[in-house]
Design a protein around this ligand. Structure first.
Ligand code: G3H
Ligand code: 13P
Ligand code: ZN
Length: 365
């Protein structure tokens, strides 16, 4: 089935008032798990990687300090891997750059074979955001690649996407942005937040979604709206982690609220934190189930070092080369990889059922 850009997937979602989950990965096996879960549900798959993730896949353990060369290697590795899986898969599959920071990074992943990119100029002054986004659109569209932009600032605690407070997107400005940049989709700020700590009183501003969609209809803009920072932070997973010795705190976006904004016009919903949480729970369970597994394990040592963290890229760093080349698995890794895959599937299956994308693969042309 086709390796396709997200345009068709998001247009279908928008027109049928459903949404597609878009899931962040940092290892090849996780991309495979997304595809397998979506194949089970006969829906399209959106796999995404942020820049730190590209560096990690490129072999950089301290992924926040990755060079462009490492990111390029990561992009080539995952694009080659996903394309090969897409050739044999019955569902449409899209590989997207999440939170691209510069024209150079967008160009690098497009050249490596990604078929969808985000350029996140949301921290820039408006006119600079327009200019940068339009430049990426020009390069991407010539190559059949779709572009997601961002307007407004989300509060959050994750890596480079940190911001002290939310500044909601102005729906009027969103229209100007679509017109002047030519973006295919737009990430808006309307009350979501990156990371596990979104507060226990989240109130999504559905009105912003409605107003943006209404304006788009009036102005004949063929675009889609994207929701970042949308993990549910399932409390059962948080509780399981903490029962296994973790000290994780967090509240996600209430599912009922997400389900209200989908028919209002949200077509893509980004989830990363939930995969990190489920992975951490699975690994803690594995080492707890048989204490002999703990002895001499570098993964276990790192996992226990930071009980309030659920950053699997940190505690799996000893195996970065094996994970990112899919070679040389020892017995510990042979046990860990299926647990990483299961974690991804738990989140992808839940989201796809809840967001309504089940069964849409044959209809996406
Ligand atoms: O929104 C950002 C994603 O959660 C990616 O996270 O920057 O830690 O790879 P990362
Ligand atoms: P979460 O931190 O809520 O999973 O958001 C992920 C995201 O927006 C990736 O771009
Ligand atoms: Zn995001």
């Amino acid at each position: 089935m086709p390796y396709i850009s997200s345009k068709q997937i998001l247009t279908y979602a928008r027109d049928h008032k459903i949404a597609h989950g878009a899931f962040n990965v940092n290892a090849l096996c996780q991309a495979k798990a997304i595809i397998e879960a979506c194949e089970e549900l006969r829906c399209a798959a959106i796999i995404q990687v942020a820049e730190p993730g590209l560096a990690y896949i490129g072999g950089r353990a301290d992924f926040l300090n990755g060079t462009m060369e490492e990111k390029k290697l990561g992009a080539k590795r995952i694009a080659k891997y996903v394309k090969a899986l897409a050739e044999k898969s019955p569902i449409p599959i899209c590989l997207h750059l999440d939170h691209g920071r510069s024209f150079e990074s967008c160009k690098a992943v497009i050249d490596a074979g990604f078929n969808s990119v985000m350029i996140d100029g949301s921290a820039l002054p408006y006119e600079e955001n327009v200019k940068l986004t339009a430049k990426v659109v020009k390069y991407a569209h010539k190559r059949g690649v779709q572009v997601e932009g961002e307007l407004g600032v989300l509060a959050g605690v994750e890596d480079h996407v940190f911001a002290a407070s939310s500044t909601y997107t102005n729906p009027m400005t969103a229209i100007d942005f679509f017109k002047r940049t030519g973006v295919d989709s737009l990430a808006i700020s309307y009350g979501t937040k990156h990371g596990a700590v979104k507060g226990d009183n989240v109130k999504l501003r559905k009105e912003i979604v409605i107003a943006t969609m209404e304006n788009m209809l009036h102005e004949n803009i063929d675009g889609a709206i994207v929701s970042h920072g949308s993990s549910l932070v399932p409390q059962y997973i948080v509780n399981e982690i903490n029962a296994l010795g973790g000290q994780v705190k967090g509240h996600g976006i209430p599912l009922e609220q997400l389900k209200e904004v989908i028919p209002a016009g949200v077509s893509k919903i980004n989830m990363d934190t939930d995969i990190r949480l489920a992975t951490t729970r699975n690994l803690l369970e594995y080492y707890e189930a048989d204490k002999s597994r703990q002895e001499g394990s570098k993964v276990y040592k790192l996992l226990k070092e930071k009980p309030d963290s659920f950053e699997y890229r940190y505690y799996l760093k000893e195996y970065i080369n094996e994970l990112e080349t899919n070679k040389g698995f020892n017995d510990e890794l042979k046990a860990i990889v299926p647990l990483m895959e299961k974690a991804v599937k738990e989140i992808v299956l839940t989201a796809s059922v809840e967001f309504g994308s089940v069964g849409d693969a044959p209809y996406i042309k």
